[in-house]
Design a protein around this ligand. Structure first.
Ligand code: E4P
Length: 217
């Protein structure tokens, strides 16, 4: 499963990228707001050191304007994936930009039928939002499983990009049900390294080592 980082925080992306943990990046208007930076400038900086797909989201709502915005975003770098919302206009935009050879990430997906439409419109990625479904007492992971089954039934090549990931358990479940990619905030990716028994074991080793009085260097 590929790891995308869901942030526009350049320092956080660099830290994970240096460890080889970054297969791509996703941003959205809320994350751009949080970064406090200009979308074109910050996206260009991210693309200067991330070689995988970097999603940048259009903000127009009508297809013709979305297409124009998408083309402008795609000029930033060859690895831009233009992110469009799962609306009818978003699907029209997806079809046009995909036919032009651009990567397209269709976002804000909350149903299997929406995912089916995105695949038929030629999406490179479909982004089902797990956490936001869980927030309203639905099972986000069921949606990932349903989309996996549907895409496999018909051989769709659209990659399932599990989004709105809030916990380490979400990551495990995505890997088990076969998401192609998961995108998570840096804090969630870093939390994957944590285990209480690792901490407990290390603490014991340190105590015992101190008792030996030895040094390695
Ligand atoms: C995905 O591309 C979105 O940017 C993101 O995963 C949304 O996550 P949230 O529901 O935690 O805001």
């Amino acid at each position: 499963m590929k790891f995308f980082v869901d942030t526009a925080d350049v320092d956080a992306i660099r830290e994970l990228n240096d460890l080889g943990m970054v297969d791509g990046v996703t941003t959205n208007p809320s994350l751009i707001l949080k970064s406090g930076r200009d979308i074109l400038e910050v996206t260009k900086e991210i693309c200067s050191f991330v070689s995988g797909p970097v999603s940048a989201e259009v903000v127009a709502l009508k297809a013709d304007e979305m297409i124009a915005e998408g083309r402008k975003l795609a000029e930033i770098a060859p690895n831009i994936a233009v992110k469009v919302p799962l609306t009818w206009d978003g699907l029209k935009t997806c079809k046009v930009l995909s036919d032009e050879g651009h990567m397209v990430n269709v976002t804000l997906c909350f149903s299997a039928n929406q995912a089916l439409l995105a695949a038929k419109a030629g999406a490179t990625f479909i982004s089902p939002f797990i956490g936001r479904l869980d927030d309203i007492n639905l099972d986000g992971m069921d949606l990932i499983s349903d989309i996996r089954a549907i895409y496999d039934n018909y051989g769709f090549e659209t990659q399932i990009l599990a989004a709105s990931i809030r916990t380490a358990n979400h990551v495990t479940q995505c890997a088990l049900v076969g998401a192609d990619v998961m995108t998570a905030p840096p804090s969630v990716i870093k939390s994957l390294a944590n285990h209480v028994l690792t901490e407990k074991g290390l603490d014991q080793f340190m105590k015992d080592w101190a008792k030996t009085g030895q040094k390695i260097i």
